[in-house]
Design a protein around this ligand. Structure first.
Ligand code: 13P
Length: 248
């Protein structure tokens, strides 16, 4: 069973979301776990449509004077179970740091929300051979003091250069990087032999995933699912991704 997440980003209104749900329902064979992360205004419409409900962001504070932000309690109240944390668009456009990501993860833990922690290197970092170093830093700070006893987080590897560009990482790059992330998670959380959760944490790939490439990507060992942006806005394309039967 794979995990498939739709990140609608700042797209869709009530009408286009309803059209999506109707068309998707007629195509979905529902063999995988599907999480939809709509904009906040569409959470109520997405609820009870047969998906797990996710949010695209969350503030790290409990409540208070944070105009325009949303808290863990408010998301839970709206029926949310998963939250994207540290998406590269949040990091790059809105200046979120690894330390903020850590605070948000700890806040998720406190409220039993499952964080989908997004990590990934820029093109410059990949080309200068810094990918592993960048991912190690992002992971170790993100999960500082995070105990995975009550909540098992999800990690999404999204190379920044592959997001919205149509430029997918090669199968080799994905395979190699996911293996590296798995090793780091085992190092951080311990492996099954040590009673740790490092093997249980799902690692998803994101970045220009489409109905055309989803099957080969999800057939790579250590790829536990996909995080989909653009292609998740189209019910037909997204249903094809959700109905994919990976070769492993
Ligand atoms: P695209 O699928 O549009 O490349 O976006 C990926 C992404 O950012 C999902 O979070």
């Amino acid at each position: 069973m794979k995990i498939i997440i739709a990140n609608w980003k700042m797209n869709k209104t009530g009408d286009s979301a309803k059209e999506f749900f109707t068309e998707f329902a007629s195509l979905n064979k529902n063999s995988n776990t599907v999480i939809i992360c709509p904009p906040f205004t569409l959470l109520h419409l997405t609820k009870d449509k047969g998906f797990h409900l996710g949010a695209q962001n969350m503030h790290q504070a409990e409540k208070g004077a944070f105009t325009g932000e949303i808290s863990a309690t408010q998301l839970k109240d709206a029926g949310v179970k998963y939250v994207l944390i540290g998406h590269s668009e949040r990091r790059i456009i809105f200046g979120e740091t690894c330390e903020t990501v850590n605070k948000k993860n700890l806040q998720c833990l406190l409220h039993e929300l499952i964080p989908v922690v997004c990590i990934g290197e820029t093109l410059e970092e990949r080309e200068s051979g810094q990918t592993n170093e960048v991912l190690t830093k992002q992971l170790s700070i993100a999960f500082n003091s995070f105990s995975s006893e009550t909540i098992t987080p999800i990690v999404a590897y999204e190379p920044v250069w592959a997001i919205g560009t149509g430029k997918v990482a090669t199968l080799e790059q994905i395979s190699e990087t996911h293996q590296f992330i798995r090793d780091r998670l085992q190092f951080h959380f311990g492996n099954a032999e040590k009673g740790g959760s490092g093997d249980r944490i799902s690692v998803l790939y994101g970045g220009s995933v489409t109905d055309q490439n989803a099957q080969e990507i999800m057939s790579i060992p250590n790829v536990d699912g996909v995080l989909v942006g653009g292609a998740s806005l189209d019910a037909k394309k997204f249903a094809t991704i959700v109905n994919t039967q990976p070769q492993i």
